[in-house]
Write a protein that binds this ligand. Structure first.
Ligand code: ZN
Length: 308
């Protein structure tokens, strides 16, 4: 069965009115998943141990200490703390960690973490891009350290470069990271020349206006062969849905079917190499209807691929 991990307190993280990373995103996502046959579980907050594999204690203290009692604290141009942010962020990281435990222990074949805030822009000691904790990198290091595996793959198909995940896994030879993203686009990183000291980082920039065909070609020429060569023991997905043609933040022109296709191919790879073990964490996606439809298509593939 596919497990969905979520928590109502993920709605407690609020951004100022008009901010694209809004509470309604998660409401739409959960509503889209409502009718599906899925295992469901409430997230629990990550303990310090998995967080400290990615972020120093001083950073955790700084963010926790900056959370306001009301209103917002602004960390950069578009990253805000509200009274519920730290609770939500620790739950989002905890969901990713728990998801790894579930697939490694065999209680779930694959997992979708329906949480917010997203995580893939949070660097070691720098919150950015709506993110404070690097959920997927935290999950990757948890898999390596707590489950004794030696090869974990991370695929990030959010329209923005996963600079945070790249930063957090940069020195980790046991993790490989593939990011497809629009370029040029914020945050500006993610050039193909950024490969890391161990050659474990693969960036696949895509030009504005390019559609699903260019994405599928990049997957087939670069990402999927790379995964086959690496033969991971676990596959993690940073599942952002802002490359959808309806998304207001970017200019890639993918369809819901493109997200379903990518999920199928990643499940194929997971079945070839790691008994179908996939953990997918929600990142971006800012057109509410497009987000809901794309998540439903993504999770429906996960649900249909639990047996091969
Ligand atoms: Zn994004």
């Amino acid at each position: 069965m596919t497990l969905v991990i979520t928590h109502p307190d993920a709605l407690l993280h609020e951004n100022p009115p008009g901010h694209p990373e809004q509470v309604a995103r998660l409401r739409y996502v959960l509503e889209a998943l409502e009718g599906m046959t899925l295992d469901r579980e409430e997230a629990r907050e990550a303990s310090d141990e998995p967080l400290l594999r990615c972020h120093p204690q001083a950073y955790l203290d700084r963010i926790a200490g900056a959370v306001p009692e009301e209103g917002w604290v602004q960390l950069d141009a578009d990253t805000f703390l509200s009274p519920g942010t730290w609770r939500a962020a620790r739950l989002a990281a905890g969901a990713a960690v728990r998801a790894v435990d579930a697939v490694m222990e065999g209680s779930a074949r694959n997992v979708f973490c329906a949480m917010r805030p997203p995580g893939h822009h949070a660097e070691t000691a720098t919150p950015m891009g709506f993110c404070t904790l690097g959920n997927v990198a935290i999950a990757a290091k948890h898999a390596l350290e707590a489950h004794g595996i030696s090869r974990v793959a991370v695929v990030d198909f959010d329209v923005h470069h996963g600079n945070g995940t790249q930063d957090l896994l940069w020195d980790e030879p046991r993790a490989r990271f593939w990011s497809t993203h629009q370029m040029p686009l914020w945050p500006g990183t993610g050039d193909a020349s950024e490969t890391g000291p161990h050659g474990t980082v693969t960036n696949v920039p895509l030009p504005p206006g390019s559609g699903g065909a260019a994405f599928r070609a990049a997957m087939e020429r670069i990402v999927l062969p790379g995964i086959d060569e690496f033969a991971p023991e676990l596959l993690l997905i940073s599942a952002g849905f802002d490359a959808h043609h309806a998304d207001p933040l970017a200019q890639l022109a993918w369809t819901t079917e493109d997200f379903a296709w990518a999920t199928e191919r990643l499940c194929d790879a997971a079945w070839t190499h790691c008994a179908g073990r996939v953990v997918s964490c929600l990142e971006g996606g800012y057109d509410l209807d497009a987000l809901a439809n794309a998540v439903a298509a993504h999770v429906d593939v996960l649900r249909r691929r639990t047996d091969g």
